[in-house]
Design a protein. Structure first.
Length: 357
């Protein structure tokens, strides 16, 4: 089975915001994409978060448009647009604009938003946002389909009403850019499969991830070969000393970013996912993300020398049956050069091992 490879990042902000030059920070993020393109990665995805240290990219459209202008081959995407904070038809217009700026290299992820605290920060009731998100996603997907057929769009729902709307800006990709759904629940996985959308999953142990991918395949209703992606944190080095020294520091900062809002709001017992527990959503164990052994033993982090990581990636792909692997990099505490080396070692020494027939 051919495997597609890409990169995924939030990107995160450091605990000491005064320690970075934000102009250089964003320039380095763009340079990472350019290097990934040179190394042959097919995708580069950015997450979206708000008023949290996970939120180095609070505006997908702005950042993706800049990245598009600095690259020419690699596919650029969102994982994912937080749907409930946007008007769905305005988002559809933005996607048409971006697809033209990227010359047909845009991929689009859609999510209701994993963090209720972030939704509250932008003034939304998480329970209401969940329901609105489902309707807004339906509106967006229907608009893409209807207007791609040259028809005007009408919709009358509980939260959104549109009458005879005509799309003016064409998409470069036909009928429209690929849509990706990130999820950790079986119901959303099945919904994505029934609508023929690409899937992204992860965070959990491989056996649980495999259950979602199998549920997708059993319910797929579409054409072609959908992307069934997993994302894993990866750090590779040929130096044992560097691995021992850096991993605890890297993971401590990672945990801090994921728990940033909870800590600043003094919410010690807060668990992400209250509004989705009825769908089988279990709160991620972000509070354990600074435990090196836990991250390694559960395959949330694949770290080591190139050969070690190659073997780990092979096993992960066999267990999960995914056809797309996203190298997750949120390493704010290591140097730009170390981030580049990480991507280089994966591209030059791991990917060739995986692709051997």
């Amino acid at each position: 089975m051919d495997i597609n490879f890409g990169v995924f990042t939030h990107p995160i902000l450091p605990e000491d915001l005064n320690s970075i030059n934000f102009v250089r920070y964003y320039k380095d993020q763009i340079k990472l994409v350019k290097e990934a393109e040179k190394l042959g990665y097919e995708y580069y995805f950015f997450a979206e978060h708000h008023f949290s240290r996970l939120g180095g990219n609070p505006s997908q459209g702005v950042f993706l448009s800049s990245v598009c202008q600095h690259t020419s081959k690699i596919r650029i995407g969102s994982l994912a647009y937080v749907v409930p904070i946007r008007n769905p038809l305005h988002l559809a217009e933005e996607l048409a604009l971006l697809d033209n700026l990227c010359e047909g290299r845009l991929d689009v992820g859609l999510t209701g938003g994993i963090s209720e605290l972030e939704l509250k920060e932008v003034g939304l009731d998480p329970k209401l946002a969940k329901v609105m998100s489902r309707e807004a996603t339906t509106v967006l997907l229907e608009f893409l389909k209807v207007t791609s057929q040259g028809r005007k769009f009408t919709f009358k729902g509980e939260y959104y009403k549109f009458e005879e709307v005509e799309r003016l800006i064409p998409y470069v990709q036909k009928p429209y850019p690929p849509i990706w759904i990130p999820t950790r629940t079986i119901p959303t996985t099945i919904w994505a499969a029934q609508n023929g959308l690409n899937l992204v999953t992860g965070i959990d142990i491989d056996e649980i991830v495999r259950e979602r991918i199998e549920a997708y395949r059993n319910n797929f209703n579409g054409n072609g070969n959908p992307k069934l992606a997993i994302e894993k944190y990866v750090y590779i080095s040929n130096s044992e000393e560097k691995l021992r020294k850096l991993l605890p520091i890297m993971l401590k900062e990672l945990k801090g970013a994921f728990l940033d809002l909870q800590v600043r709001k003094s919410m010690k017992n807060y668990e992400i996912g209250e509004t989705r527990k009825t769908e089988g959503f279990t709160p991620p164990e972000f509070y354990r993300y600074d435990d090196v052994e836990y991250m390694l033993n559960t395959n949330r982090l694949l770290a080591g020398k190139p050969r070690e990581v190659s073997d780990k990636v092979k096993k992960v792909l066999e267990r999960t049956t995914a056809n797309t692997f996203l190298v997750h990099i949120d390493w704010i505490t290591i140097s730009y050069e170390d981030n580049i080396e990480n991507l280089e070692l994966f591209a030059n020494e791991v990917i060739p091992e995986i692709q051997k027939k």
